[in-house]
Design a protein around this ligand. Sequence first.
Ligand code: HAM
Length: 427
Amino acid sequence: MLTNKPKGTNDFLPDEVGRWQALEDLLREVSRLYGYREIRTPIFEHTELFQRGVGETTDIVEKEMYTFTSKGEKSYSLRPEGTAPTVRAYVENKLYAQPQPTTKLYYIGPMFRHDRPQAGRYRQFHQYGIEALGSDDPALDAEVIAMAMDIYRRLGLKDLTVELNSVGCPNCRLQHRQKLQEFLAPKKEQLCKTCQGRYERNPMRILDCKDSNCQKLTEGAPTIDQMLCPECQSHFTAVQKHLHALEVPYNLNSKLVRGLDYYVKTAFEIVATGIGAQGSVGGGGRYDGLIEQIGGPAMPGIGFALGLERILLAMKEQGLDLVADNPVEVFIATMGEDAQLMGSKLSQQLRQEGFAVERDYGNRSFKAQLKAADRYQVRYTLIIGEDELKNNMVQVKDMATGKQEPVALAEVQVYLNRNIRGREINE
Ligand code: HAM
């Protein structure tokens, strides 16, 4: 029990973390290129934020949140997603009052949903998300989708599809809701239990139920695209025009609804094949009413979040990898107590110079130290024995060629700079 992690969580060991760091570096770089700046919000928020923001009748709020009260205070929940917290911080810190018309924010971090764990679905998982607040320009919708695809392209991922829909605004949805309920009324009893509950509360979600029987029952059901109001229709047409201009292919999917209630107009999901049932590697959309609902001014917003575990899973599936640089560059092997002192001093000096230095502890045999150097896969091992100590020098062993040459202690920095960094420094 003590040595078991909670179900649906993961330990990321150092080799794996190297991969995560490389992915995060790429995400930060792409954020910069598109003008997004990082925001960090708390891991837990008032439960009410998600009830109001994500929606009372969503699966996330109804059954997947980790909710607790602390010392008789109000109810808190671990964040199941990043949009509502980002919008909350935007409103609370009055970021809307800043001079730039569109505030572009991004986040990378853990999210928590109590769902049944399986490949690609975890209870603690990680998202990279962006939120662009303050503009309803369809050009932005297209750019947001193009940005997500740009990330996957840079990672080398292939065979991803963008599923695109417009879920309309509250006006078009009212009409759709009525028509859909009329269509489903005679089949209501045959729907799955969850969808029977959705019939009153949120019938649109029945359209993207994964249950095959529900999918059959909704064949031919009225979809929102047939009922978009003129404004939503022209917005959707413009988004598609921009996507064509950006050469981003997409599938129109009138049954795509998404599991969060805040979406209006553009909704999209990016799906990978070959990673099992949890194929959605990212999703997002427009949420024009959310900022106002959370207590801010009436301002539009759009964003997406990508699941980092699923991205790495899809990459593995496609034979792609991200590798962090080998962290250790130099190993120092010493023989005898005085040499060890000199080695300690040299390690510190080289670290100040920016070299990653490792050494062996515990006065082990010379052979054992060289073995350790091999394991670290360093470029050079610096050897200090009695002779070297006497003559103020070290033996530099090139681990790739096995060649060894003496270098004066005072010249070691220059030598390593030249040979590792390709830089000449004159001291
Ligand atoms: P979401 O579709 O709920 O949207 O999640 C986005 C992505 O997070 C999914 O496509 C998936 O890759 C990943 N994901 C979700 N749940 C899990 C899980 N249990 N285990 C592993 N990965 C998971 C949102 O969260 C919205 N906040 C996105 C957004 C931002 N919309 C506008 N702005």
